[in-house]
Design a protein. Structure first.
Length: 69
């Protein structure tokens, strides 16, 4: 997914939706790392992409909290 499309998708979500998306992204990262350790991972670049998506989600959550405070 392209960065701009993903960011616009994140901007339309509430803090609760972002939190649930953060949990699922962290689970995906765990699974990717596990696959990488057992040499079952086909696309190792996906780990980097998921890590960046987690950072984007956390940034959006922080921005929402700052606006609310």
């Amino acid at each position: 997914m392209k960065k701009t499309g993903y960011l616009s998708e994140l901007k339309g979500k509430s803090a609760e939706e972002l939190s649930s998306e953060l949990v699922s992204a962290k689970k995906e990262l765990f699974n990717l790392r596990f696959q990488n350790a057992t040499n079952q991972l086909d696309n190792s670049a996906r780990i980097k992409e998921v890590r960046r998506n987690i950072a984007r989600i956390q940034t959006m959550i922080t921005q929402i909290k700052k606006q609310g405070a």
